[in-house]
Design a protein around this ligand. Structure first.
Ligand code: RTP
Ligand code: MG
Length: 140
């Protein structure tokens, strides 16, 4: 199976509740390797650009307000089948429907405050890593 990179955000609800270490432990315990990481506080334009695919959705305004409500931890993860593997580790978008043992089941609060983001395919993974990281900010 191919080694892939994917992009992760530990979202504001999780950072505010002091859950960075717990979520990173779940990520590294799953076998995914961290190739780059930083804490940032997105501005509105940056969050709108990142979630541009959702701009026609009714929740877009709220989603952007939420994503800029506090700092987040962005990272580039790598491993076999990393994109799908991290989506499975996150669990369903709505934490109430997330499988036991997933990040969102453990820590998500509701469909918006769901603690983490992960790329949903190879194209978005590439775009999203490049949105937040220059090549020289990734190891290996
Ligand atoms: P993500 O992109 O953050 O990894 O999450 P996802 O693929 O599981 O879900 P997606 O449909 O892409 O939605 C992006 C984020 O928008 C918020 N959301 N709010 N109020 C709502 O009905 C609603 N639906 C989605 C969540 O924070 C979701 O992760
Ligand atoms: Mg998504």
């Amino acid at each position: 199976m191919a080694i892939e990179k994917t992009f992760s955000i530990i979202k504001p609800d999780a950072v505010k509740r002091g859950l960075i270490a717990e979520i990173l432990k779940m990520i590294t315990d799953s076998g995914l390797k961290i190739k780059g990481m930083k804490m940032i506080h997105m501005d509105r334009a940056q969050a709108e650009g990142f979630y541009a695919v959702h701009k026609e959705r009714p929740f877009f305004g709220e989603l952007v307000d939420y994503m800029i409500s506090g700092p987040v931890v962005v990272s580039c993860l790598e491993g076999e089948n990393a994109i799908e593997k991290y989506r499975v580790l996150m669990g369903a978008t709505n934490p109430a429907q997330a499988a036991p043992g997933t990040i969102r089941a453990a820590y998500g609060l509701d469909i918006q405050n769901n603690s983490c983001h992960g790329s949903d395919g190879p194209d978005t993974a590439k775009t999203e890593v490049a949105y937040f990281f220059n090549d020289d900010e990734l190891v290996g």
